[in-house]
Design a binder for this molecule. Structure first.
Ligand SMILES: C[S@@+](CC[C@H](N)C(=O)[O-])C[C@H]1O[C@@H](n2cnc3c(N)ncnc32)[C@H](O)[C@@H]1O
Length: 341
């Protein structure tokens, strides 16, 4: 029989299932019978909706659990069905469903799509050029094959040194969950995962092609494919995590690519736990080498990318309630750190 004991658990009434994070739904629940009946009906309906999404549910090691991922529409934690664990194959073989709005999410092309538009048939969202550029297969392919190396000309110290700097900033987040927002092809996500310092690493980007590249890089590296790393497609302005659930957020060379840096920083602040750390790097609008008489023109010239000044970045972080801001600057490169109080 393909159905395992744990699979049969799906057929049990909801109040008999164990939801460690939702003690109200445990077998000792004091919920009234009518409410329980309605929850059971909803669960059965929801489970069958998820089940039709994929035949992958015939796995032996199925489990249902409240998850670290949340619905990008209502921020309710997603219920997961499938093998547990935060690694590529377990996530790929799992289906996710929002308890509240009943929308289901599953993996597509190797990454879990948690955008609001996931699964839509007709509507396609076109983002500003600075986001769309990185959705291109060519740019995604070239990114770690020459594109990023060019950043050195603007003062970026290079991946190894940037990783070291970020690790120093993340000192107090060790052992926690790290989300590498706008990870691109996973240059830093892979380093964070390899370090073994975090309980889990979520490599998150809006670009499908960047995530495919990321998957290929991980697959080529035997030491990585079994580690706690997950690939998620999401918009930085709508992060699929519950409020106060993440220990560290990294966003390398990304702020200038975001459609709304203020929405993004607000969203990052929302998902951070108290004491959680946000580390970002980007290009400054001008460097110390930019002549003073050129600077006012830079301020007013509409640019493809949204380059900010150091003061604007600090202002953004503090206006969202982040504290302990500090930064390191080299020409147009800035790496900054801020903490959720
Ligand atoms: C220059 S790359 C940075 C990649 C990598 N973090 C690094 O340090 O090299 C910027 C990334 O931001 C992503 N991005 C742009 N708009 C985004 C959005 N709205 N939500 C999430 N990621 C976005 C792009 O897809 C791209 O992969």
């Amino acid at each position: 029989m393909a159905m395992s004991v744990t699979t049969n658990a799906f057929l049990r009434p909801l109040h008999q299932l164990q939801f460690p994070k939702y003690p109200r739904l445990s077998s000792k629940s004091h919920l009234r019978p009518r409410l329980l009946r309605s929850l059971n009906q909803r669960a059965i309906r929801a489970i069958s909706e998820v089940a039709t999404d994929s035949e992958l549910y015939m796995q032996q090691d199925q489990a249902i659990e409240a998850n670290i991922f949340s619905c990008p529409i209502c921020y309710e934690p997603l219920i997961r069905k499938g093998p547990s664990g935060l690694n590529l194959s377990a996530i790929y073989r799992s289906g996710f469903m929002c308890k509240r709005c009943k929308k289901s999410y599953s993996s597509k092309d190797r990454y879990l799509d948690l955008t609001v538009t996931a699964g839509l048939r007709d509507y396609t969202e076109i983002q500003p050029a600075r986001t769309e550029l990185f959705r291109s297969p060519l740019v995604s392919f070239l990114y770690e094959r020459g594109w990023r190396q060019n950043f050195r000309q603007s003062g970026f110290p290079g991946p190894d040194e940037e990783f070291k700097m970020a690790q120093e900033y993340f000192e107090s987040a060790k052992g926690g969950l790290l989300v590498d927002v706008s990870c691109g092809s996973g240059l830093f996500s892979r380093k964070f995962a390899k370090s073994g310092i975090y309980s889990g690493v979520i490599a998150l980007d809006f670009s499908e092609n960047m995530l495919r590249q990321c998957y290929d890089f991980i697959k080529k590296d035997d030491t990585l494919s079994k580690t706690n790393i997950a690939l998620v497609r999401a918009d930085v302005s709508r992060l699929p995590f519950s409020s106060g659930s993440v220990d560290a957020v990294h966003a390398g060379a990304a702020l200038h690519c975001w459609p709304s840096p203020s929405n993004a920083v607000a969203e990052i602040t929302r998902i951070l736990k108290s004491g959680g750390i946000f580390v970002g790097s980007t290009f400054l609008r001008y460097s110390s080498l930019t002549p003073w008489f050129v600077r006012p023109f830079r301020e007013r010239t509409p640019q493809g990318y949204g380059y900010l000044t150091e003061e604007e970045i600090k202002d953004l972080c503090t206006s969202c309630g982040l504290t302990n801001y500090s930064s390191k600057i080299q020409q147009a490169f800035i790496m900054f750190k801020a903490q959720k109080p």
